[in-house]
Each structure stands twice: as C-alpha cells, then as structure tokens.
Design a protein around this ligand. Structure first.
Ligand code: ADP
Ligand code: MG
Length: 363
C-alpha cells in the first residue's frame, strides 16, 4: 500500500499543509528541531491513531491550540481510500472513507513500520516495552489477536479485583478465570508462533545487511516455561495447573502472577543475550533487522507491503550500510519516509523541513 497525500492541522510545530508523497522514497531534510520527526509522526499517527514517541495525545496538539487532526489518502491493492483523525483533549474521532468508525475498525487499515532512534529501548528497556511492541505488531495484521488482547486485558483487571478482595471462592470468579485462561492461552499460542516465524526472518536480514558471521535469534520467555511444542489445549492445561499451584501466593500479593503480561521476548546474538553482551552498533543493527522482518511479516499476513518510516537515518549507519539499506528497500517496492540532517545521492522525492514548514524540492 502507498500513502498518496497527507494533510495536518495544528500538529506539533508543523504549519498546516497538505503534501503529496512519492510512492517510492520520500526524504525529509532539515536541521535539528525543524519538524522532521513531527512530519513522519503525523504520517504514522494518521495511519495508526498512535504516535511512536508518546502515548499522550495532548503533546501532539500545537502549543496554545485546542484541537488537532490529520487526514490521509492512500491506495491499497483494491482501491483509493482515506483515513482521518480529529481530536482534542477529551475526544477522538476516527473516520474511514468519510464514515465515522470505532478505533478497532480504524486500526490496521494502513500498515506502517517505523524505525526511530528510541527503538533501541526494544533491547535495553523493560519487558513491558517489548510486550507493547509485539502486541502492536501482531495486532496490526491480525484482527483476532487484537481482539483477544483487549478481551484478555479486561479479564485481567477483573481477576485482579477479585484477588485483591480475596474473593476467590465465588462462582463468578471461577467463570471469569476460565475465560482468563482461554484468552491468555490464545495469546501465548499466537506469540509463540509469531516469534518462531519472525526469528527466522530476523536472522536472514541481519546476516544479509550487517554481519553474515553471526546468528541472531529471538526467543519467547513465558511464565509457563517452554511452551514451543505445546498445543492450545496443553497450554491451557499448564496455565490452569500454574494457577492452582500459585493460589496462595496470588492471594497474598492480591494480583495475578499468571498470564502473558508476565512474559518477555529475548534477543540472542551468537547465543549470548544481546541486552548484556552486544555492542551499541550491534544493538542498532538488531533492531533494524527486526523492523525489516516486520515488513516481511505484514506482507505475509496481509499480502501488501506496509509503509516504512526511518527517522534520523543519518545518525545511525555508515555510508555503505545506508546504501545497502536503501537498495534493499527500493528492490522491495516499499514506500519509505526517511528523515535526515543531510542529503543522500539517491533517487528520492526531497522535502526541506524548516521551522515547521515543509516544501518539496523536486517533483
Ligand atoms: N505540541 C507542539 N507544538 C509546537 N511545537 C512543538 C510541539 N511539540 C514539539 N514541538 C517543537 O517542535 C520542534 C520540532 O521537533 P522535531 O520534529 O522533533 O524536530 P526534528 O526531528 O527536526 O529535530 C521542536 O523545537 C519541538 O520543541
Ligand atoms: Mg528528529
């Protein structure tokens, strides 16, 4: 899929404008603090209804303004379509093809993969960073998973309330608990399958672009231990046993000690955990390979290439790596938005970014 045009009002420091994008490479060039990240953030935001750098909508609204919005036109394998979001501090409105829709319907229509400097947190940050990331990724091309996660989170809240009140001898609690196990197990099963698939792609990309002498591996680390070879029924069974065994501890703590909200995703480079053993450069390359693997996963699940955003490419890789990366993306026919403080010699649609104003240099 390709984004044809993006339009934004009161978004960060950007001056209201509508810009037409190239279906291939778009390069946003400017000095620091001019609005480069903001423009790709606006694109990401109108595609997903989320920002890649904050969870607070209020930060997106231009200083001293009350509301903001983005509108985009895009084309997928079927036809031209549009998405728009309007929001203020207490309300968000999602529109698809000029009809109001719920967020659930909005999310996943346009798929985007982003690579930003802060993504290094995917290796260095806490398990919750990785869970949030993988939940988002699996959800964007799998509606069932998106539904299951929401359902599970609701059940987890309910279960925690009962545990806190020590009210677990109650029939309702047991009914909720069975549902909790059911949805939790579905999540565990999907994550295990996803990790198995993405790990292979991750390693291929890493070896092709960065270092063909090393092996990169992603592993799913579950509160249930090794569940790779278990069927859904077996996962449920193990889950139920775990809860039975930890009954007293759960009552003592007053919240759930069981469930996929306890799990983690771990990167290994040559069998050593990347978080502790890999160099800074290797960590960047691992995260970049992960993002490329995600492109492949979206293509596999949705049969469409997602859009790829790379914020601040100039600060990441040396010349040869940059060239390898760009060549790789051009070959794949992926629409790319790159921000950089310097120009590259590539065939791209170039935009200058200066004090929130964006203007095209060529056409
Ligand atoms: N809500 C906002 N309203 C107005 N300006 C903002 C808002 N949020 C951030 N800014 C400012 O926008 C400018 C551009 O930020 P950014 O897009 O991150 O720049 P770049 O990526 O080009 O370095 C910064 O000076 C920042 O302080
Ligand atoms: Mg920036």
């Amino acid at each position: 899929m390709k984004i044809l045009e993006i339009n934004y009002i009161n978004f960060r420091n950007l001056k209201d404008k509508s810009i037409k994008l190239s279906p291939e490479i778009n390069l946003f060039i400017g000095k620091n603090g001019q609005g480069k990240t903001s423009i790709v953030e606006a694109i990401y935001f109108s595609a997903t209804g989320k920002s890649f750098r904050t969870s607070k909508y209020s930060e997106l609204i231009k200083y001293n303004k009350k509301k903001s919005g983005c509108y985009m036109e895009y084309v997928d394998k079927l036809s031209n379509k549009s998405l728009s979001i309007k929001f203020n501090l207490d309300k968000k409105e999602y529109v698809f093809n000029k009809k109001n829709v719920s967020y659930e319907e909005y999310y996943g229509k346009v798929n985007v993969v982003s690579f930003i400097p802060e993504d290094i947190e995917l290796i260095m940050g806490s398990p919750s960073v990785r869970r949030r990331f993988f939940n988002g990724e699996i959800s964007q091309s799998n509606e069932t998973y998106f539904y299951n996660i929401r359902k599970y989170n609701k059940l987890l809240k309910i279960r925690n309330k009962y545990l806190k009140a020590k009210d677990t001898k109650n029939e309702m609690f047991l009914i909720y608990q069975e549902e909790f196990i059911k949805y939790g197990s579905l999540i565990l099963q999907k994550r295990t399958e996803y990790v198995k698939n993405i790990s292979i792609l991750l390693n291929l990309n890493y070896r092709k672009l960065f270092d063909n002498k090393k092996e990169l591996y992603l592993s799913y680390s579950s509160f249930l231990g090794d569940i790779k070879k278990l069927s859904l029924n077996e996962i449920q069974e193990k889950f139920r046993n775990y809860i039975a065994k930890n009954n007293i501890r759960e009552l003592k703590y007053g919240y759930s000690l069981a469930g996929p909200q306890k799990d983690d995703f771990i990167f290994f480079l040559n069998e050593k955990e990347a978080k502790s053993y890999s160099s800074q450069g290797e960590k960047k390359s691992i995260v970049f390979s992960l993002k490329l693997a995600e492109l492949d996963m979206v293509l596999k699940e949705k049969r469409e290439n997602p859009i790829f955003i790379i914020d601040d490419l100039s600060s990441y890789f040396d010349k040869t790596r940059k060239k390898n990366i760009i060549d790789f993306l051009i070959k794949r026919n992926i629409q790319v938005m790159i921000t950089s403080t310097e120009k590259f010699k590539i065939n791209s649609k170039d935009f200058n970014v200066c004090e929130g104003e964006i203007y095209c240099e060529n056409n």
